[in-house]
Design a protein around this ligand. Structure first.
Ligand code: FAD
Length: 308
């Protein structure tokens, strides 16, 4: 119930307006966000790389409604890719199609994505992952991913599948046969029961099964196991051991600010461990989704509000 309410707030304009004004919200959000500028994000990336962690950088923003605003998004991603290359950082990039204008027009979005992919290719094939947004975008995201992946003949382009959707098993089976680079997460949006498991236990069961479906298939596909859930991590490790999956077929991923010690533990155990590092001024919906995932974060936020 609380999760659904917070996810509703994450897309409500009035709530965005109120919460974004609060200095205390900005401070609490900093736990999950590297900062507001690219320089902040690059500084965090260097620090994480030094401790043995890989990074994927995300410029925060979604649901952009003006074509002119998408030009700034493209140039920020291009500057990010140039800096990753120049500073020899161990970082990929993650992006959202509605940040590149998918709500305005698919052509605009694809043109913007092409500019970013071209820059990524010119700077040493830096991997690019297309995040998955709500189910309104699932088909279009998979279609754009497939088109550009084939156009660029670029194995470093990936996308995301959400274990809470009923359709995901079929998607994973198809993507596995295509040797796709996939991040598997549980899913962070408000979805109706008609298309998504309402019970967390079913999402968890599906997540562990999908890891096995993907890794055990005799393909060259690549899986990013994106979860902070101890049981999911253990189930994935069990699948890796049981099927003797080589390290070139998978990595673990977690979000910046969540389970830092576990991130280091996995890296020290010899796994590839990538941290998703968001930055930028448009932190509100990302922050609300993080609150929705864990009620304890909300109480921490509420306590900070009353202390302010
Ligand atoms: C690298 C990465 C990329 C992602 N990309 C996408 C995407 O493109 N599309 C999408 O829909 N979702 C994405 N997500 C979010 C994902 O769908 C989940 O909402 C999120 O990861 C929480 O699920 P969980 O697997 O960690 O399990 P949960 O069962 O939610 O959490 C397990 C445990 O992890 C810890 N934890 C989880 N979340 C938090 C939190 N916010 N604060 C503090 N502790 C927490 C707690 O200890 C919790 O008990 C991404 C997640 C990761 C890690």
């Amino acid at each position: 119930m609380l999760r659904r309410f917070l996810l509703y707030l994450s897309i409500a304009g009035w709530a965005r307006w109120i919460v974004s004004q609060l200095g205390v919200a900005r401070r609490v959000a900093r736990r999950f966000v590297a900062g507001e500028t690219l320089i902040d994000a690059l500084t965090v990336t260097e620090r994480l790389n030094q401790s043995g962690l890989l990074v994927t950088l995300d410029y925060l923003g979604e649901s952009v409604k003006s074509a002119a605003d998408t030009a700034e998004v493209v140039s920020t991603y291009q500057a990010m890719l140039q800096q990753i290359h120049a500073k020899k950082l161990q970082s990929s990039v993650s992006l959202k199609l509605t940040h590149l204008g998918l709500d305005i027009s698919q052509d605009l979005c694809v043109t913007n994505l092409r500019h970013i992919l071209t820059t990524a290719k010119e700077h040493g094939n830096i991997p690019v992952t297309i995040d998955m947004e709500s189910s309104d975008y699932t088909d279009r995201t998979l279609q754009i991913y497939r088109t550009l992946r084939d156009e660029y003949d670029f194995s470093n382009i990936g996308t995301v599948i959400q274990a809470y959707l009923y359709r995901s098993r079929e998607d994973m089976e198809q993507l596995s046969a295509e040797n796709a680079h996939i991040r598997l997460c549980k899913g962070a949006y408000l979805e109706p029961e008609s298309i998504a498991f309402p019970e967390k236990a079913d999402v968890d069961r599906n997540y562990a099964e999908l890891v096995e479906v993907y890794l055990a298939a005799p393909t060259q596909s690549y899986l990013c196991i994106a979860t902070h859930d101890e049981r999911m991590i253990q189930a994935a490790e069990q699948t890796i051991r049981q099927h003797q999956i080589v390290p070139s077929r998978y990595e673990f991923q977690m979000l910046y600010g969540i389970r830092g010690p576990k991130q280091l533990e996995l890296a020290q155990a010899g796994y590839k461990m990538r941290v998703y590092v968001p930055f930028g001024e448009a932190w509100y919906p990302y922050f609300m989704r993080r609150l929705a995932e864990r009620p304890a974060n909300l109480w921490f936020f509420a306590r900070s509000l009353f202390r302010a």
